[in-house]
Design a protein around this ligand. Sequence first.
Ligand code: SF4
Ligand code: F3S
Length: 106
Amino acid sequence: AFVITENCINCKYTDCVDVCPVDCFHEGPNMLVIDPDECIDCTLCEPECPANAIFSEDEVPEDQRVFIELNAELAKKWPVITEVKEPFPDADEWNGKPGKLKFLKK
Ligand code: SF4
Ligand code: F3S
């Protein structure tokens, strides 16, 4: 499956949801996750993310591997999102900031 990692937090550009053929993105308060049981590894979403937050599970950087489990866990809890919406107004300021995990709202 593909996995959304830390840099989505407080950006949530949502360009990714537009291309997914199986609607497996789920929306939380300040990030999205991918349901690993639904993702078909089509790869389409990865280049769409302006924050470069999406990785194939086997390419998730070492310091981001906690997000593999977080995507699986939170996808069960959060609702599906299928339509692009406005990112947070300050998304560009958050893009690339390190240490955003502590701001994740569940
Ligand atoms: Fe959806 Fe394809 Fe991305 Fe998986 S890899 S989340 S199926 S767009
Ligand atoms: Fe997040 Fe990137 Fe999608 S910032 S909402 S994974 S386009």
